[in-house]
Design a protein around this ligand. Structure first.
Ligand code: SF4
Length: 823
């Protein structure tokens, strides 16, 4: 449909359906003549419909590989003659030093800026390249991109100008994204006289070749270099047409001309603000809906109006280096960028050099050699990880045997960002005074507050929360927690007994089992005898535990009777202890190996003393994800069926979700909804337990196939959104202190969590995956955390009952009276 005056209301009528927004068409006369306020209003409304409250930026470091160039554009201060340049090229050491500073400051991207083919014009450049073993600038650039990613983990973005297909193709193997401004397609501009690479034919040919080679590409136009408004429309339409053919334009930059001293155009007027804003707005309305729109914040005194005109990206912002193309214009500090963005009702999110639309389809867009480097810096939305700090590629040495588990020894430079299981404290997100300002997240929360039940779309929207929206979701969840279970924080004194670490299954995330994927990083295989199991149960009881949690690998020698024998041994050792044991996989496998129906087998386990099932082996209840994480394990329906049958027999269980490896928010949403449905049917789940993926020693990470676990923002959101989704159905949301540490637990207790699980003597599974936190929680430490936020710590039993009052002191001698109901 074509777009008329009244643009904003037209967009609102269309809603946010991508295909409807894509079908919008706007004619030249409209974008050239519509009053500017109306045009900007329409563009901003379209941007809001496409991207909600999110505005991205790329934390990057600039590496000016060479300032020599064979072109001579009238506005350029970047290019220099050899006489004015210190050296023709930066050396590899200089390149690495800049990149390392960037990685240290939390950048994700190394933007290589350089002139076009200087070796063609300057002998000194050709000689330097020959002396260093390179035949061209592009070849040297490719080597430096490769070096930077290998040494610092930064993702390269190369800006080498108009290139032939073979050069683009070479760079595709080392630089996930590439860029080249088309600037203008007017061939008569004075600004481009003496610039053989700036002809429309060469620019368009480069863009087209990039499309054919499936390169995620950045391009853009320069506004105010002598071109007419119609020229701008023509250039934007040409970009749009190429994108419709190849789908490869990830963003378009609209950049305003500013005269610079010592350039041919030093006396020309700067691009008027109104023309600049009009061009941004027309770009949003002309470009396809999946092309992002960027304007640099450092080229405007007040960059807030850029948001009003419809941009959704600020481009590269460097905490380390100046803008080498506009060195006189410093980058705004990140805090200022955030403040201005939030004043406009938007939230900043860091992105990578490739946008999520491309990172999520690596087979099509990313060279195989770069896929892990991208994944390693990604969050679940394929945006840049947003925990501040230095991030470097991880290097591992041999395992150090720690008895029944194992630790992988990390060597070399260490990252300082928080990840689950690491020793670093997470950044403080909760509580926070920052708030959202409307937009999709607020809309979903308002809908839920008025009684709507969130479905997949709403849950995914909540997972997109950024900035103050995260605090809003957490606060909403905290309110629901208080309404559902009050202010007490509960824990159970328990012991884990992992009776064997030998397993025939091939879960790719499992750092615990001794299977073919264990990369020889684990300790020795073991299998506890029944006497040893009984001894550990007795010891746990004597130490005041009310629960033993029995889980282990699936040993090839087990038949289903093994689990029954273990249950019986535990029960005989301590008749009143609660036996919480056996994952849905163990139960299903046990029944299968005996050829017994699930119900009959579970009844035998109950008769032997089993009281409840842990919800582990759920990982992510989505078969596409399970095909990657646990291809030979029970599928989603089998996991649900095992719990359905268990609940029907009076056994309770819980829902766990391991998150942060390969899946996306939509998979979390499906996991929540499938378990919510079962809970509605059976009522047998006592709690939700979030299990952040611990990457350090997980085979799938070591084999370069997963992310580094969730970001802290994602951890907060998973727990808060679980509270929201299960409200009225599952009362308890538990945080795993083993993976999060007490600092993390403190925040989650203010984001919907009311339980910290077990004190877990002998927790081995998370440690085997590399978690740094201890094997046993000191209850006094936990008490201090809980009191610090004005809450009360209380012991519970497995089923959220409480021991009698004389058992409630944290460290008194235990008595073993029967459970009594607390509430
Ligand atoms: S997660 Fe469990 S089933 Fe999978 S390999 Fe590890 S021990 Fe075996």
């Amino acid at each position: 449909m074509s777009l008329d005056i009244g643009t904003k209301s037209t967009i609102h009528q269309l809603g946010t359906t991508r295909s409807a927004l894509d079908a919008l068409s706007v004619d030249d006369a409209t974008v050239l003549t519509l009053p500017l306020p109306e045009l900007m209003e329409g563009a901003a409304a379209l941007r809001d419909a496409l991207f909600g409250t999110r505005v991205t930026y790329s934390p990057k470091v600039f590496i000016p590989l060479t300032s020599l160039c064979r072109d001579g554009c009238g506005y350029c201060t970047f290019s220099r003659s050899p006489a004015r340049a210190e050296a023709p090229y930066l050396t590899p050491d200089q390149v690495l030093a800049i990149a390392a500073r960037g990685a240290q400051a939390g950048c994700h991207e190394a933007l290589f800026t350089l002139g076009e083919e200087p070796e063609d014009r300057y002998d000194v450049a050709a000689q330097w390249l020959a002396d260093h073993g390179y035949s061209s600038t592009v070849e040297y650039l490719a080597a430096m991109c490769r070096l930077v990613t290998a040494e610092t983990g930064l993702l390269a973005h190369s800006n080498a100008g108009a290139l032939a297909p073979d050069a683009l193709s070479l760079l595709r193997t080392v630089s996930p994204g590439q860029g080249m401004m088309i600037e203008s397609l007017n061939p008569t501009l004075m600004a481009h006289r003496g610039a053989p690479d700036k002809t429309p034919e060469r620019r368009l040919a480069t863009l087209e070749a990039a499309g054919e080679l499936a390169i995620p590409f950045t391009t853009g136009i320069l506004v105010g270099i002598g071109e007419s408004p119609q020229d701008r429309v023509t250039a934007l339409r040409a970009i749009a047409d190429l994108h419709r053919r190849y789908g490869h334009i990830q963003e378009v930059i609209v950049q305003n001309f500013m005269p610079k001293p010592d350039t041919v155009m030093r006396n020309e007027p700067a691009c008027p603000q109104d023309e600049f804003l009009r061009t941004i707005a027309m770009a949003r309305l002309i470009l396809p809906s999946d092309v992002h729109l960027q304007a640099p914040p450092n080229l405007s005194e007040d960059f807030g109006p850029l948001l009003d005109a419809g941009i959704d990206d600020f481009g590269g912002v460097s905490p380390v280096t100046v803008d080498h193309v506009n060195p006189e214009r410093p980058w705004p500090a990140l805090d200022r960028l955030r403040e201005v963005t939030e004043r406009h009702g938007k939230f900043l999110a860091p992105r990578l050099t490739v946008y999520p639309e491309f990172a999520r389809r690596p087979e099509q867009w990313i060279d195989p050699g770069l896929r892990f480097a991208i994944m390693d810096r990604s969050d679940a939305e394929s945006l840049g990880r947003d925990d501040p700090g230095a991030m470097f590629p991880e290097s591992h040495a041999d395992a150090k045997n720690v008895g029944t588990g194992a630790e992988v020894v990390q060597i070399g430079r260490r990252s300082t960002v928080w990840s689950s299981g690491s020793e670093f404290a997470p950044t403080d997100l909760v509580p926070s005074r920052r708030r959202g300002f409307g937009g999709p997240v607020r809309g979903v929360l308002d809908g839920i507050a008025s009684g709507q039940e969130p479905g997949v779309d709403e849950i995914v929207t909540l997972f997109g929360a950024r900035g103050g929206e995260v605090a809003e979701v957490a606060e909403f969840a905290d309110h629901l927690r208080s309404r559902a279970v009050g202010d007490d924080v509960t824990f159970v004194r328990n012991r884990n007994i992992n009776y064997t670490n030998v397993c025939t299954f091939k879960c790719t995330f499992c750092g615990f089992s001794k299977g073919p994927l264990s990369l020889n990083l684990r300790g020795k295989p073991y299998l506890l005898t029944l006497q040893e199991v009984a001894g550990r149960v007795r010891e746990a009881w004597d130490l005041g535990c009310t629960e033993v949690c029995l889980q282990g690998g699936i040993h090839p020698s087990f038949d289903g009777d093994y689990y029954i024998d273990v249950c019986r041994a535990a029960k005989e050792a301590a008749p009143d202890i609660h036996v919480h044991g056996f994952t849905a996989l163990e139960v299903t496998e046990g029944a299968k190996r005996l050829g017994e129906p699930l119900e009959k087998y579970l009844q035998r386990l109950v008769d032997a003393g089993l009281k409840s099932l842990p919800g582990t082996a759920a990982e992510i209840l989505d078969d596409d994800v399970r095909a990657i994480l646990c291809p030979d394990k029970i599928d989603t329906e089998e996991w649900l069926e095992c719990h359905r049958v268990a609940h029907s027999m009076g056994l309770t269980s819980n829902v766990t979700m391991m998150f942060g490896s390969v899946e996306e928010p939509v998979h979390w949403a499906r996991h929540f909804l499938r378990t919510r449905e079962l809970q509605r049917e059976t009522g047998g789940f006592t709690e939700f337990v979030g299990l952040p993926f611990v990457h350090m020693a997980a085979p799938i990470y070591l084999k370069r196939g997963a992310r580094r676990g969730p970001t802290w923002r994602e951890v907060v959101l998973v727990h808060a959104i679980a509270r929201i989704v299960y409200d009225g159905l599952i009362d308890n949301v538990q945080a795993s202190w083993v993976k999060l540490g007490l600092d993390g637990v403190r925040q989650l207790l203010q984001a919907g969590v009311n339980d910290v699980g077990g004190t877990l003597m002998d927790e081995n599974i998370s440690r085997a995956a590399g978690a740094a936190h201890g094997q046993q929680l000191d209850e006094r430490d936990l008490d201090a955390v809980v009191q610090g936020i004005g809450r009360r710590l209380r012991r519970r039993t497995t089923n959220y009952l409480t021991p009698p009052t004389h058992q409630l002191d944290l460290h008194g001698a235990p008595t073993h009276s029967p459970e009594v109901i607390l509430r």
